[in-house]
Design a protein around this ligand. Structure first.
Ligand code: NAP
Length: 484
């Protein structure tokens, strides 16, 4: 897929440098397994270098006015937009995301950062009435300092922007640790922001393994905040490690998202949204629809419609065919888990409606391509209905009573997003209130918008991202009381 492997270094203080011990790791194409890049693997000594650079940048950046920061950020994102095709190419090579979807992800990330640039000038404090006429009392917010941003591979640039946006706008400096699966596109995005005029040490990028490098960032005494997206197990580990330094932590974690389809729903729309949210990015999304509860009266028609939506999706080389719907899955583990969930469901009596394995004509030699898979007559005992598959697999069960469907939807350790399809306004309100999730989407799948807070309930998160509330994840509160 690529002619010569890319040589990729750390990015500290605006400079490309090798790792302290010269160690590197490899990134391989999920399409055909070829070597895409050799990447410098940061050490604990590199963390100290990056923290020192970020501290220097923080002093100057946080001293700017919010208006100056807004202008600088907007200039930088204007430059990043011109780099979108190249960043998307790196994402396609390392992650398998079709080029056009990668380009949209980069543009969307710029929009998120711009959204927060505008927030920089809207951060308000308060003035309190006091108990004595000679007292004055103000509450102000100040940037928290150096933040470490730890990101996963499924939306490597988008999920980075959810953290970079509020961090930069509030005056913080950052050290980004992208996952070793997809280090290239997030690093290119950060370098483009600096090439667009942001100070060198403001955004540093340290690729390397989570268990050592990530943990060193989490435990570092001079890093004030950790913002991470990833699995619930890793999130819990990070929260425990951060306790020793009492860092501020925000975590966006796993999901096992249910959809309830009522008998009165617009079934054409429900099937379209279910296919989009179940199979887009090969189901490798925290907000993927993993399990569906459909009213028995419309179950057969809904399954027919969902199958036809699934069969419309095209699979192929994400670089050579930029507009293909699905590329290869990003990791071999992801293929393995998806296959296990399919086999488990079939062994326990599920009926295969679509997909079930690799395409007959392999789209690539890597074995990472999986067809969108629908399993009907699924039960709560099946793994596909309980665990996060993170693959293009949906389990479907029929229900007779809406209250029972809500109970089944809520019967999960996760609480990220729940979907509901109905034309009944009262049911839309009542069920939305009953669903145990930080986000409820009624009749659509447009989950993430800059203005809407994204907060995982239960094992799905800690703190929140997106919306103007996210700026407070990067600010410290100070009460100033003056006696005149
Ligand atoms: P992951 O394995 O938990 O890794 C996430 C990040 O944490 C990676 O950069 C990883 O580094 C790092 N990490 C691993 N162990 C660490 C440690 N002990 N200390 C510090 N950092 C550590 O997750 P993933 O497989 O990349 O991503 C998939 C998961 O993310 C799914 O569960 C999905 O639901 C979740 N997700 C959630 C959201 C949301 O907004 N709620 C969005 C997207 C994805 P290395 O990979 O380099 O080792």
């Amino acid at each position: 897929m690529t002619s010569a492997p890319i040589l990729h270094d750390l990015f500290i203080d605006g400079r490309e440098i090798a790792a302290d011990d010269g160690r590197r790791f490899e990134v391989h194409s999920p399409h055909d397994g070829t070597l895409v890049a050799s990447v410098a693997s940061a050490t604990v000594a590199d963390v100290d270098r990056a923290v020192a650079a970020a501290e220097r940048a923080f002093r100057e950046w946080s001293a700017l006015t919010a208006y100056e920061r807004e202008a600088a950020i907007r200039r930088a994102t204007a430059h990043v937009r011109t780099c979108a095709p190249e960043i998307a190419r790196l994402m396609a090579l390392e992650q398998g995301k079709p080029l056009n979807q990668g380009r949209s992800e980069v543009i969307g990330a710029c929009e998120t950062i711009d959204y927060y640039a505008a927030e920089a000038v809207r951060i308000e404090g308060t003035i309190n009435p006091t108990e004595h006429r000679n007292f004055r009392s103000f509450v102000v917010h100040q940037p928290i300092g150096v933040c470490a941003v730890i990101t996963p591979w499924n939306y490597p640039v988008s999920l980075l922007s959810w953290k970079l946006g509020p961090a930069l706008a509030t005056g913080c400096a950052v050290i980004v640790k992208p996952t070793t699966v997809t280090p290239l596109s997030p690093a290119a995005f950060c370098r483009a922001l600096v090439a667009g005029g942001l100070p060198g040490g403001l955004i540093n990028v340290l690729p390397g393994p989570g268990s050592t490098l990530g943990d060193a960032l989490v435990r570092h005494p001079r890093i004030a905040k950790i913002a991470m997206t990833g699995s619930s197990a890793t999130g819990k580990r990070i929260l425990a490690s951060a306790a020793s330094t009492l860092k501020k932590v925000s975590l966006e974690l796993g999901g096992q998202c249910p959809a309830i389809i009522c008998a009165d729903a617009d079934l054409a729309n429900a099937a379209k949204v279910a296919a989009y949210k179940g199979f887009r990015n090969c189901g490798q999304s925290c907000s993927s629809i993993n399990r569906i509860y459909v009213h028995r009266d419309v179950a057969a028609e809904f399954l027919d419609r969902l199958r036809s939506e699934a069969e419309k999706l095209t699979l192929g080389d994400p670089v050579a065919n930029p507009s293909v719907d699905l590329g290869p899955m990003a990791t071999a583990d992801g293929v393995e888990t998806s296959r296990e969930h399919i086999a488990d469901a079939l062994a326990h009596g599920a009926r295969l409606v679509a997909g079930g394995g690799s395409p007959k004509t392999p789209a690539g030699p890597s074995g990472r391509y999986l067809m969108p898979t629908i399993l009907a007559e699924a039960t709560a005992a099946m793994r596909v209905m309980r665990e996060e598959t993170f693959g293009p697999v949906i389990g479907v069960a029929a229900f007779d009573d809406l209250d029972a469907a809500v109970r089944m939807a809520n019967d999960s350790d996760y609480g990220l997003v729940s979907y509901l399809f109905t034309r009944d306004l009262a049911a839309a309100h009542r069920v939305s209130e009953q669903l145990e999730a930080g986000t409820v989407c009624v009749n659509h799948g447009a989950v993430n918008t800059n203005y809407g807070p994204y907060a995982g309930w239960k094992d799905s998160g800690y703190g929140l991202e997106l919306s103007r509330r996210a700026v407070f994840e990067y600010l410290k509160v100070k009460h100033i009381k003056i006696q005149l």
